[in-house]
Design a protein. Structure first.
Length: 251
């Protein structure tokens, strides 16, 4: 009887170890699927992720190759590109109704700020996210868990400025560092759509301020170039007229 009980205990331990190993290697694919499912629901654009790795024991993880597409009507390839981000999650909170994320560190994101007659791509993207947050967003897709994010930082980012109205000229400016704290710390927490909304609002605001001066300068340069081109055309026409006049005078 004791031997049978011992075998059962050993068997259970082996099963638990196997389950833990399977969970460890499958969590990444679960996160990837979640991002690529919930992301488009919230942003109304394509969202892809190369890979994700999460340890169920420590709660630490990384995501790589996140790409957020552009809203319809904009020509650049994407709105946001993220090489890599790290996060730390309270592992035990995963089993509760509110998942506690201790920290999210995003380093070196590349943001394309495209302007057109209808406004900017980031503004449109923010409008999509706000609409999703107001309508329940990701919860309509079956995500019932709420979130709490203690600290979120975005550092070393770049903004690629693409001005359709300015003849397709482009330039790159640094994105000011962004630090957010205590998101969803209340009992109700915060939904994924609300979290994306808060982050997108901060990113859009920082990006808009960062590109304001370069955009104005770029517009001034284009205006000066057009003015000079006009002066050159006028000067050429003047010379041509004078040439015709002198030709008739000779006759």
């Amino acid at each position: 009887m004791k031997k049978l009980l011992l075998k059962l205990i050993v068997g259970l331990i082996v099963l638990l170890v196997v389950a833990a190993v399977v969970l460890y290697f499958s969590l990444g694919s679960i996160v990837k699927k979640g991002v690529e499912t919930v992301g488009p629901q919230v942003t109304k654009v394509s969202v892809t992720l190369d890979s994700a790795g999460v340890s169920p024991l420590t709660g630490s993880g990384t995501i790589k190759g996140l790409v957020v597409g552009n809203p319809e009507g904009f020509k650049t390839e994407s709105a946001i590109r993220l090489g890599e981000a790290s996060l730390a999650v309270d592992a035990m909170s995963v089993f509760s109704d509110k998942v506690r994320v201790k920290s999210v560190n995003i380093v070196g994101p590349e943001i394309t700020y495209e302007t057109a007659f209808k406004g900017s791509n980031l503004t449109k993207l923010l409008e999509n996210v706000e609409a999703s947050a107001g309508a329940g967003g990701a919860e309509s897709g079956g995500a019932s868990k709420k979130l709490q994010v203690d600290e979120l930082s975005i550092t070393g980012g770049k903004i690629h400025l693409s001005a359709t109205l300015l003849g397709g000229q482009a330039m790159t400016v640094p994105l000011p560092d962004i630090h957010l704290k205590d998101l969803g710390t209340g009992e109700a927490g915060i939904t994924p759509a609300e979290l994306v909304q808060k982050v997108m609002k901060e990113v859009t605001s920082s990006a808009t301020k960062a590109v304001a001066e370069p955009l104005a300068k770029l517009g001034k340069n284009v205006g000066e170039a057009v003015e000079k081109a006009g002066e050159a055309v006028t000067d050429s026409a003047k010379k041509a007229t004078e040439g015709v006049k002198s030709l008739f005078k000779r006759k």
